[in-house]
Design a protein around this ligand. Sequence first.
Ligand code: C2E
Ligand code: CA
Ligand code: CA
Ligand code: CA
Length: 279
Amino acid sequence: AKADGRNIGRFFDPSMQDAADRRAAFEAAMRDGLSLGQFRLFCQPQFDGRGRLVGAEVLVRWQRSDLDLIGPDHFIGFAEESGLILPLGEHVLKESCRALARWHDDATLGRLKLAVNVSVHQMRDAGFPAAVANILDGTGAHPEQLYLELTESVFAEDMQEITQRMHELRSHGICFSLDDFGTGYSSLAYLKRFPLSALKIDRSFVRDIGIDPGSASIVEAIIALARQFKLEIVAEGVELEAQRAFLIREGCSSMQGYLLGRPIPMAEFEHRYSASGIG
Ligand code: C2E
Ligand code: CA
Ligand code: CA
Ligand code: CA
């Protein structure tokens, strides 16, 4: 979602009539927020078919004050347009890798996969693979536990450049998931061209499993496709027991959604799921 003038305006003094003023103020506020540590990581748990915790997705929120928590749909688009996605994305990756390193010795948390959303703008940055390698070195996180989630919008960009960047990151041991699979520009030919480890079935298909036979068929087809390409499969947006049962029956390897656990602050996640009571 793009942070249009109206969206940004929600957070500012109505006397700022000029859209350019509002954008400048929003950008300044985001910069301040970054240096003040207001961008907080939340984690949403992911479970396998037997109900075991197997991973988590990191979702960023902007805590502007005690009472003001802003979701990513209100600032990621703007961060991408303004270039702030690069420092923001680096912050998210660094905190995620710190968590992986902190979790190493925990019997439960130490074997989780941590999925981090990455913008195509980060992937287009030639310095990105080296920056990620640096973060891994600096924190001691194991690259095999880090999954970078790309949306299908990568298909609209320079394929050559993105593919090369992916291979470079993959050579460091990092895994890739294709997010929101089935909604965008997806071209099946790219499935074999990209070094992918997982597909995420978009929430819109999961939502309609019991309602629309077409959606159930799409989910079945995506799972079969993932199997053919030896990819892990993650279903997102699981809200109902019937959806979970269907996904398990179809052999979906992992799932996340409000039924299984909402995104919660990382410290709370650690506290809730650690075997040894850290956090
Ligand atoms: P996404 O990657 O598709 O993330 C899943 C979104 O679905 C999250 O929204 C999550 O809170 C929500 N969700 C999870 N389970 C359920 C469910 O059962 N039902 C419903 N209705 N929703 C569910 P959120 O946290 O608002 O994030 C929105 C989007 O913002 C994400 O979509 C992702 O594209 C982007 N985003 C979040 N964090 C980051 C980040 O660190 N970097 C970048 N580049 N993008 C991010
Ligand atoms: Ca995601
Ligand atoms: Ca998604
Ligand atoms: Ca989505």
